[in-house]
Design a binder for this molecule. Structure first.
Ligand code: NZQ
Ligand code: ZN
Length: 385
Protein backbone atom coordinates (compact mmCIF):
# COMPACT_ATOMS: atom_id res chain seq x y z
CA UNK A 1 0.00 0.00 0.00
CA UNK A 2 1.23 3.51 -0.77
CA UNK A 3 1.71 6.13 1.93
CA UNK A 4 -1.17 8.54 2.36
CA UNK A 5 -2.64 11.41 4.31
CA UNK A 6 -6.35 11.50 5.00
CA UNK A 7 -8.07 14.83 5.60
CA UNK A 8 -11.78 15.42 5.21
CA UNK A 9 -13.38 18.00 7.50
CA UNK A 10 -16.88 17.96 5.92
CA UNK A 11 -19.76 17.67 8.36
CA UNK A 12 -22.23 15.50 6.44
CA UNK A 13 -25.75 15.75 7.77
CA UNK A 14 -27.50 12.79 6.21
CA UNK A 15 -31.16 11.79 6.19
CA UNK A 16 -34.69 13.17 6.30
CA UNK A 17 -36.01 16.06 8.37
CA UNK A 18 -32.57 17.51 9.05
CA UNK A 19 -32.92 20.91 7.42
CA UNK A 20 -34.16 22.49 10.65
CA UNK A 21 -30.49 22.43 11.70
CA UNK A 22 -29.41 24.55 8.73
CA UNK A 23 -29.30 27.94 10.47
CA UNK A 24 -27.20 26.45 13.30
CA UNK A 25 -24.49 25.53 10.81
CA UNK A 26 -24.16 29.00 9.29
CA UNK A 27 -21.87 31.40 11.15
CA UNK A 28 -23.76 33.96 13.24
CA UNK A 29 -24.28 37.36 11.56
CA UNK A 30 -22.96 36.03 8.25
CA UNK A 31 -24.06 37.71 5.05
CA UNK A 32 -24.88 34.73 2.85
CA UNK A 33 -24.69 34.30 -0.92
CA UNK A 34 -27.34 31.68 -1.81
CA UNK A 35 -26.32 29.95 -5.05
CA UNK A 36 -28.57 27.71 -7.13
CA UNK A 37 -29.29 26.47 -10.65
CA UNK A 38 -31.98 27.00 -13.22
CA UNK A 39 -34.99 26.71 -10.98
CA UNK A 40 -35.61 23.04 -10.14
CA UNK A 41 -35.47 23.99 -6.44
CA UNK A 42 -38.35 26.42 -6.93
CA UNK A 43 -40.53 23.64 -8.37
CA UNK A 44 -39.75 20.90 -5.84
CA UNK A 45 -40.07 22.99 -2.69
CA UNK A 46 -36.39 22.97 -1.67
CA UNK A 47 -36.03 26.72 -2.29
CA UNK A 48 -38.91 27.51 0.07
CA UNK A 49 -37.65 25.07 2.69
CA UNK A 50 -34.18 26.68 2.64
CA UNK A 51 -35.51 30.24 2.71
CA UNK A 52 -37.70 29.35 5.69
CA UNK A 53 -34.70 28.05 7.61
CA UNK A 54 -32.63 31.11 6.75
CA UNK A 55 -35.16 33.59 8.13
CA UNK A 56 -33.42 36.42 9.95
CA UNK A 57 -30.14 36.03 8.05
CA UNK A 58 -28.99 38.51 5.46
CA UNK A 59 -29.24 36.71 2.11
CA UNK A 60 -28.17 37.64 -1.42
CA UNK A 61 -29.34 35.26 -4.15
CA UNK A 62 -27.43 34.14 -7.22
CA UNK A 63 -29.50 31.75 -9.35
CA UNK A 64 -29.03 30.65 -12.95
CA UNK A 65 -25.91 28.53 -12.56
CA UNK A 66 -25.99 26.22 -15.55
CA UNK A 67 -25.24 22.52 -15.88
CA UNK A 68 -21.47 22.23 -16.42
CA UNK A 69 -21.06 25.65 -14.78
CA UNK A 70 -19.51 28.35 -16.90
CA UNK A 71 -16.66 30.58 -15.87
CA UNK A 72 -18.33 33.55 -17.57
CA UNK A 73 -21.45 33.16 -15.38
CA UNK A 74 -19.44 32.63 -12.22
CA UNK A 75 -17.50 35.86 -12.70
CA UNK A 76 -20.86 37.64 -12.29
CA UNK A 77 -21.39 35.85 -8.98
CA UNK A 78 -17.89 36.84 -7.87
CA UNK A 79 -18.58 40.51 -8.70
CA UNK A 80 -21.90 40.38 -6.81
CA UNK A 81 -20.30 38.71 -3.79
CA UNK A 82 -17.55 41.34 -3.65
CA UNK A 83 -20.03 44.20 -4.01
CA UNK A 84 -22.23 42.79 -1.24
CA UNK A 85 -19.27 41.89 1.03
CA UNK A 86 -20.43 38.27 1.34
CA UNK A 87 -18.81 36.20 4.07
CA UNK A 88 -20.49 32.80 3.60
CA UNK A 89 -21.95 30.92 0.61
CA UNK A 90 -24.76 28.37 0.65
CA UNK A 91 -24.93 26.13 -2.42
CA UNK A 92 -28.29 24.47 -3.05
CA UNK A 93 -28.10 22.06 -5.97
CA UNK A 94 -26.23 19.22 -7.63
CA UNK A 95 -22.59 18.94 -8.65
CA UNK A 96 -22.80 21.93 -10.97
CA UNK A 97 -23.99 24.37 -8.30
CA UNK A 98 -21.61 22.99 -5.67
CA UNK A 99 -18.62 23.06 -8.05
CA UNK A 100 -19.58 26.58 -9.13
CA UNK A 101 -19.69 27.61 -5.49
CA UNK A 102 -16.22 26.22 -4.86
CA UNK A 103 -14.92 28.30 -7.74
CA UNK A 104 -16.75 31.44 -6.58
CA UNK A 105 -15.42 30.91 -3.04
CA UNK A 106 -11.84 30.78 -4.35
CA UNK A 107 -12.19 33.47 -7.02
CA UNK A 108 -13.54 36.08 -4.56
CA UNK A 109 -10.19 35.90 -2.75
CA UNK A 110 -8.01 35.51 -5.87
CA UNK A 111 -5.38 38.22 -6.23
CA UNK A 112 -3.91 37.61 -9.70
CA UNK A 113 -5.09 38.90 -13.09
CA UNK A 114 -7.52 36.17 -14.05
CA UNK A 115 -9.03 33.50 -11.80
CA UNK A 116 -9.12 31.18 -14.85
CA UNK A 117 -5.42 30.68 -14.03
CA UNK A 118 -6.56 28.52 -11.09
CA UNK A 119 -7.84 26.05 -13.69
CA UNK A 120 -5.61 26.56 -16.71
CA UNK A 121 -2.31 27.12 -14.91
CA UNK A 122 -3.00 25.28 -11.68
CA UNK A 123 -2.41 28.44 -9.60
CA UNK A 124 -2.78 27.46 -5.95
CA UNK A 125 -5.85 28.61 -4.03
CA UNK A 126 -4.49 30.50 -1.01
CA UNK A 127 -7.74 31.67 0.53
CA UNK A 128 -11.45 30.95 0.09
CA UNK A 129 -14.77 32.10 1.48
CA UNK A 130 -16.35 29.34 3.62
CA UNK A 131 -19.42 27.62 2.20
CA UNK A 132 -21.95 24.89 2.92
CA UNK A 133 -24.25 22.76 0.75
CA UNK A 134 -27.75 21.44 0.49
CA UNK A 135 -27.37 18.59 -2.00
CA UNK A 136 -30.24 18.03 -4.46
CA UNK A 137 -28.71 15.44 -6.79
CA UNK A 138 -26.56 12.48 -5.74
CA UNK A 139 -23.86 11.74 -8.32
CA UNK A 140 -20.62 13.68 -8.12
CA UNK A 141 -19.58 13.46 -4.46
CA UNK A 142 -18.86 17.20 -4.64
CA UNK A 143 -20.77 17.62 -1.37
CA UNK A 144 -17.94 15.84 0.46
CA UNK A 145 -14.84 16.59 -1.56
CA UNK A 146 -12.70 19.60 -2.40
CA UNK A 147 -12.63 19.37 -6.19
CA UNK A 148 -14.62 21.12 -8.91
CA UNK A 149 -14.95 21.19 -12.69
CA UNK A 150 -15.58 24.47 -14.54
CA UNK A 151 -16.20 25.19 -18.23
CA UNK A 152 -15.00 28.20 -20.19
CA UNK A 153 -17.65 28.69 -22.88
CA UNK A 154 -15.44 30.99 -24.94
CA UNK A 155 -12.84 28.29 -25.61
CA UNK A 156 -14.99 25.17 -25.01
CA UNK A 157 -12.63 24.03 -22.26
CA UNK A 158 -13.72 22.04 -19.22
CA UNK A 159 -11.11 21.80 -16.51
CA UNK A 160 -10.81 20.52 -12.95
CA UNK A 161 -9.20 22.06 -9.90
CA UNK A 162 -9.15 21.52 -6.17
CA UNK A 163 -7.82 22.72 -2.86
CA UNK A 164 -8.00 21.60 0.78
CA UNK A 165 -9.54 25.04 1.38
CA UNK A 166 -12.55 24.03 -0.71
CA UNK A 167 -14.17 21.34 1.38
CA UNK A 168 -17.74 22.37 2.25
CA UNK A 169 -18.13 23.25 5.95
CA UNK A 170 -21.27 21.10 5.95
CA UNK A 171 -23.51 19.27 3.53
CA UNK A 172 -27.15 18.37 4.04
CA UNK A 173 -27.84 15.12 2.19
CA UNK A 174 -31.52 14.24 2.21
CA UNK A 175 -32.22 11.17 0.03
CA UNK A 176 -35.83 12.31 -0.44
CA UNK A 177 -34.68 15.07 -2.83
CA UNK A 178 -34.22 12.52 -5.61
CA UNK A 179 -38.02 12.14 -5.93
CA UNK A 180 -38.18 15.13 -8.28
CA UNK A 181 -35.15 14.22 -10.41
CA UNK A 182 -35.73 13.57 -14.11
CA UNK A 183 -34.97 9.94 -15.03
CA UNK A 184 -31.92 11.05 -17.02
CA UNK A 185 -30.32 12.57 -13.92
CA UNK A 186 -30.89 9.37 -11.93
CA UNK A 187 -29.30 7.35 -14.73
CA UNK A 188 -26.41 9.79 -14.80
CA UNK A 189 -25.96 9.58 -11.05
CA UNK A 190 -25.58 5.80 -11.05
CA UNK A 191 -23.07 5.88 -13.91
CA UNK A 192 -21.04 8.77 -12.44
CA UNK A 193 -20.74 7.16 -9.00
CA UNK A 194 -19.89 3.79 -10.58
CA UNK A 195 -17.16 5.42 -12.65
CA UNK A 196 -15.73 7.32 -9.67
CA UNK A 197 -15.13 3.98 -8.00
CA UNK A 198 -13.72 2.46 -11.18
CA UNK A 199 -11.23 5.31 -11.66
CA UNK A 200 -9.79 4.56 -8.23
CA UNK A 201 -10.06 0.76 -8.39
CA UNK A 202 -9.48 -0.50 -11.92
CA UNK A 203 -5.77 0.24 -12.06
CA UNK A 204 -3.05 -2.20 -11.09
CA UNK A 205 -2.66 -4.28 -8.00
CA UNK A 206 -1.04 -2.61 -4.98
CA UNK A 207 -2.09 -5.02 -2.25
CA UNK A 208 -4.59 -2.53 -0.85
CA UNK A 209 -7.00 -5.21 0.27
CA UNK A 210 -9.45 -3.07 2.22
CA UNK A 211 -9.64 -0.34 -0.43
CA UNK A 212 -10.47 -3.02 -3.03
CA UNK A 213 -13.22 -4.50 -0.89
CA UNK A 214 -14.75 -1.08 -0.16
CA UNK A 215 -14.67 -0.25 -3.88
CA UNK A 216 -16.23 -3.59 -4.81
CA UNK A 217 -18.89 -3.07 -2.13
CA UNK A 218 -19.93 0.24 -3.67
CA UNK A 219 -19.90 -1.21 -7.21
CA UNK A 220 -22.02 -4.18 -6.16
CA UNK A 221 -24.46 -1.95 -4.29
CA UNK A 222 -24.85 0.27 -7.34
CA UNK A 223 -25.41 -2.79 -9.55
CA UNK A 224 -28.04 -4.02 -7.09
CA UNK A 225 -29.94 -0.78 -6.54
CA UNK A 226 -29.11 1.35 -9.60
CA UNK A 227 -31.77 -0.01 -11.98
CA UNK A 228 -34.33 -0.05 -9.15
CA UNK A 229 -33.76 3.49 -7.90
CA UNK A 230 -34.22 4.84 -11.44
CA UNK A 231 -37.65 3.19 -11.55
CA UNK A 232 -38.62 4.00 -7.98
CA UNK A 233 -36.89 7.10 -6.62
CA UNK A 234 -39.42 7.58 -3.82
CA UNK A 235 -38.37 4.31 -2.15
CA UNK A 236 -36.35 5.55 0.84
CA UNK A 237 -34.30 2.38 1.18
CA UNK A 238 -33.15 2.69 -2.42
CA UNK A 239 -32.72 6.48 -2.31
CA UNK A 240 -30.66 6.52 0.88
CA UNK A 241 -28.36 3.72 -0.25
CA UNK A 242 -27.92 5.36 -3.63
CA UNK A 243 -27.08 8.72 -2.10
CA UNK A 244 -24.54 7.23 0.31
CA UNK A 245 -22.89 5.25 -2.52
CA UNK A 246 -22.47 8.47 -4.51
CA UNK A 247 -20.88 10.31 -1.59
CA UNK A 248 -18.61 7.41 -0.61
CA UNK A 249 -17.49 6.98 -4.22
CA UNK A 250 -15.71 10.33 -4.26
CA UNK A 251 -15.13 11.65 -0.76
CA UNK A 252 -11.43 10.86 -0.87
CA UNK A 253 -11.49 7.58 1.01
CA UNK A 254 -11.14 5.16 -1.90
CA UNK A 255 -8.08 6.83 -3.36
CA UNK A 256 -6.01 6.54 -0.20
CA UNK A 257 -2.97 4.31 -0.60
CA UNK A 258 -3.75 3.28 -4.19
CA UNK A 259 -2.92 4.45 -7.73
CA UNK A 260 -5.70 6.33 -9.53
CA UNK A 261 -6.58 6.52 -13.21
CA UNK A 262 -9.01 9.42 -14.03
CA UNK A 263 -8.31 9.19 -17.78
CA UNK A 264 -11.96 8.39 -18.58
CA UNK A 265 -12.93 11.63 -16.81
CA UNK A 266 -10.27 13.68 -18.57
CA UNK A 267 -11.29 12.45 -22.01
CA UNK A 268 -14.96 12.62 -21.04
CA UNK A 269 -14.68 16.30 -20.07
CA UNK A 270 -13.62 16.99 -23.65
CA UNK A 271 -16.73 15.25 -25.02
CA UNK A 272 -18.88 17.41 -22.76
CA UNK A 273 -17.00 20.59 -23.68
CA UNK A 274 -17.16 19.85 -27.42
CA UNK A 275 -20.55 18.20 -27.82
CA UNK A 276 -22.48 19.25 -24.72
CA UNK A 277 -23.21 15.67 -23.68
CA UNK A 278 -23.86 15.05 -19.99
CA UNK A 279 -20.89 14.26 -17.77
CA UNK A 280 -22.00 10.70 -16.95
CA UNK A 281 -22.89 10.01 -20.59
CA UNK A 282 -19.35 10.96 -21.58
CA UNK A 283 -18.00 8.41 -19.11
CA UNK A 284 -20.28 5.65 -20.42
CA UNK A 285 -18.97 6.36 -23.92
CA UNK A 286 -15.28 6.29 -23.01
CA UNK A 287 -14.79 3.79 -20.16
CA UNK A 288 -15.49 0.42 -21.84
CA UNK A 289 -13.23 1.33 -24.77
CA UNK A 290 -10.48 2.60 -22.49
CA UNK A 291 -10.55 -0.70 -20.59
CA UNK A 292 -10.38 -2.63 -23.87
CA UNK A 293 -7.37 -0.62 -25.08
CA UNK A 294 -5.62 -0.83 -21.69
CA UNK A 295 -6.55 -4.47 -21.07
CA UNK A 296 -2.96 -5.70 -20.71
CA UNK A 297 -2.01 -2.99 -18.20
CA UNK A 298 -5.19 -3.42 -16.18
CA UNK A 299 -5.35 -7.19 -16.63
CA UNK A 300 -5.08 -8.36 -13.01
CA UNK A 301 -7.62 -5.83 -11.80
CA UNK A 302 -10.00 -6.58 -14.68
CA UNK A 303 -9.94 -10.24 -13.76
CA UNK A 304 -10.47 -9.46 -10.05
CA UNK A 305 -13.32 -7.08 -10.95
CA UNK A 306 -14.90 -9.71 -13.22
CA UNK A 307 -14.73 -12.41 -10.58
CA UNK A 308 -15.69 -10.43 -7.51
CA UNK A 309 -18.11 -7.85 -8.85
CA UNK A 310 -19.74 -9.78 -11.71
CA UNK A 311 -19.16 -13.36 -10.45
CA UNK A 312 -17.70 -14.37 -13.81
CA UNK A 313 -15.97 -17.68 -14.37
CA UNK A 314 -13.83 -19.21 -17.13
CA UNK A 315 -10.29 -18.43 -18.21
CA UNK A 316 -8.77 -15.19 -16.91
CA UNK A 317 -8.64 -13.82 -20.43
CA UNK A 318 -12.31 -14.55 -20.96
CA UNK A 319 -13.18 -12.98 -17.62
CA UNK A 320 -11.28 -9.78 -18.47
CA UNK A 321 -13.16 -9.44 -21.79
CA UNK A 322 -16.51 -10.30 -20.28
CA UNK A 323 -15.98 -7.84 -17.41
CA UNK A 324 -15.60 -5.02 -19.94
CA UNK A 325 -18.75 -6.12 -21.76
CA UNK A 326 -20.65 -6.40 -18.46
CA UNK A 327 -19.72 -2.80 -17.70
CA UNK A 328 -20.95 -1.60 -21.09
CA UNK A 329 -24.17 -3.62 -20.80
CA UNK A 330 -24.77 -2.28 -17.29
CA UNK A 331 -24.72 1.29 -18.63
CA UNK A 332 -26.95 0.37 -21.59
CA UNK A 333 -29.44 -1.39 -19.32
CA UNK A 334 -29.58 1.70 -17.12
CA UNK A 335 -30.65 3.55 -20.28
CA UNK A 336 -27.37 5.36 -20.97
CA UNK A 337 -26.00 5.20 -24.54
CA UNK A 338 -22.38 4.15 -24.91
CA UNK A 339 -21.60 5.46 -28.41
CA UNK A 340 -20.73 9.04 -29.28
CA UNK A 341 -22.76 8.80 -32.51
CA UNK A 342 -25.87 8.23 -30.39
CA UNK A 343 -25.44 11.73 -28.94
CA UNK A 344 -24.20 13.75 -31.92
CA UNK A 345 -23.79 13.49 -35.69
CA UNK A 346 -20.83 15.81 -35.61
CA UNK A 347 -18.29 13.42 -34.06
CA UNK A 348 -15.80 12.63 -36.81
CA UNK A 349 -13.07 15.12 -35.83
CA UNK A 350 -13.37 14.49 -32.10
CA UNK A 351 -10.35 12.20 -31.69
CA UNK A 352 -8.15 14.53 -33.74
CA UNK A 353 -9.29 17.58 -31.78
CA UNK A 354 -8.79 15.97 -28.37
CA UNK A 355 -5.34 14.57 -29.11
CA UNK A 356 -4.22 17.95 -30.49
CA UNK A 357 -5.52 19.72 -27.41
CA UNK A 358 -3.89 17.26 -25.00
CA UNK A 359 -0.63 17.64 -26.93
CA UNK A 360 -0.80 21.44 -26.60
CA UNK A 361 -1.43 21.09 -22.88
CA UNK A 362 1.51 18.71 -22.54
CA UNK A 363 -0.78 15.86 -21.44
CA UNK A 364 1.20 13.15 -23.16
CA UNK A 365 0.43 10.22 -20.89
CA UNK A 366 -2.76 9.71 -18.88
CA UNK A 367 -3.83 7.03 -16.44
CA UNK A 368 -2.32 5.44 -13.35
CA UNK A 369 0.93 4.72 -15.16
CA UNK A 370 0.86 7.74 -17.49
CA UNK A 371 0.97 5.29 -20.37
CA UNK A 372 -2.31 6.18 -22.06
CA UNK A 373 -0.47 7.94 -24.83
CA UNK A 374 -1.98 10.30 -27.36
CA UNK A 375 -2.13 7.41 -29.85
CA UNK A 376 -4.12 5.41 -27.34
CA UNK A 377 -6.40 8.36 -26.57
CA UNK A 378 -7.08 8.58 -30.31
CA UNK A 379 -7.81 4.86 -30.50
CA UNK A 380 -10.16 5.00 -27.48
CA UNK A 381 -12.09 7.98 -28.83
CA UNK A 382 -12.34 6.51 -32.35
CA UNK A 383 -13.65 3.23 -30.90
CA UNK A 384 -16.35 5.32 -29.20
CA UNK A 385 -17.80 6.65 -32.48
O1 NZQ B 1 -30.28 23.74 -12.70
P1 NZQ B 1 -31.40 23.14 -11.94
O2 NZQ B 1 -32.70 23.76 -12.25
O3 NZQ B 1 -31.13 23.03 -10.48
O4 NZQ B 1 -31.60 21.61 -12.49
C1 NZQ B 1 -30.63 20.59 -12.35
C2 NZQ B 1 -29.93 20.30 -13.67
O5 NZQ B 1 -30.77 20.58 -14.76
C3 NZQ B 1 -31.34 19.28 -12.11
N1 NZQ B 1 -31.63 19.00 -10.69
C4 NZQ B 1 -30.76 18.99 -9.65
N2 NZQ B 1 -31.39 18.58 -8.53
C5 NZQ B 1 -32.68 18.34 -8.86
C6 NZQ B 1 -32.84 18.61 -10.24
N3 NZQ B 1 -34.02 18.46 -10.87
C7 NZQ B 1 -35.07 18.05 -10.13
N4 NZQ B 1 -34.97 17.74 -8.82
C8 NZQ B 1 -33.80 17.86 -8.15
N5 NZQ B 1 -33.73 17.51 -6.86
O6 NZQ B 1 -30.47 18.29 -12.59
C9 NZQ B 1 -29.70 18.80 -13.67
C10 NZQ B 1 -28.26 18.39 -13.54
O7 NZQ B 1 -27.67 19.00 -12.42
P2 NZQ B 1 -26.08 19.00 -12.23
O8 NZQ B 1 -25.78 19.66 -10.96
O9 NZQ B 1 -25.43 19.51 -13.47
O10 NZQ B 1 -25.75 17.44 -12.17
P3 NZQ B 1 -24.58 16.67 -11.46
O11 NZQ B 1 -24.77 16.62 -10.00
O12 NZQ B 1 -24.46 15.39 -12.20
O13 NZQ B 1 -23.28 17.57 -11.71
C11 NZQ B 1 -22.55 17.51 -12.91
C12 NZQ B 1 -21.35 18.43 -12.82
O14 NZQ B 1 -20.45 17.99 -11.79
C13 NZQ B 1 -19.15 17.80 -12.34
C14 NZQ B 1 -19.45 17.44 -13.77
O15 NZQ B 1 -18.32 17.57 -14.59
C15 NZQ B 1 -20.55 18.41 -14.11
O16 NZQ B 1 -20.03 19.67 -14.41
N6 NZQ B 1 -18.39 16.82 -11.54
C16 NZQ B 1 -17.93 17.21 -10.33
C17 NZQ B 1 -17.13 16.39 -9.56
C18 NZQ B 1 -16.61 16.82 -8.26
N7 NZQ B 1 -16.78 18.07 -7.86
O17 NZQ B 1 -16.01 16.06 -7.53
C19 NZQ B 1 -16.73 15.06 -10.00
C20 NZQ B 1 -17.50 14.54 -11.17
O18 NZQ B 1 -16.71 13.60 -11.83
C21 NZQ B 1 -17.95 15.57 -12.15
O19 NZQ B 1 -16.91 15.89 -13.05
ZN1 ZN C 1 -17.62 11.99 -12.58
Amino acid sequence: MKNFELYNPVKLIFGKDQLAKLADEIPENAKVLFTYGWGSIKKNGIYNAVVTELKGLEIVEFGGIEVNPQYETLLKAVALAKKEAIDFILAVGGGSVIDATKFIAAAICFEGDSPWDILAKGVKVKKAIPFGCVLTLPATGSEMNSGAVITKAETQEKMAFGSPLLFPKFSFSNPQVIASLPKRQLQNGVVDAFMHVMEQYLTHNTQALLQDRIAEGILKTLIEIGPKVIKNPTDYKLASNFMWCCTMALNGLLSKGVPVDWATHMIGHELTALHGIDHAQSLAVIAPNLYAVMKTDKYDKLVQYGKRVWQLSGSDDDIADKAIEKTRTFFINLGVHTKLSQYTNDYKNTAQFITERFKNRGWLGLGEQQNITLEKVREIVEMSY
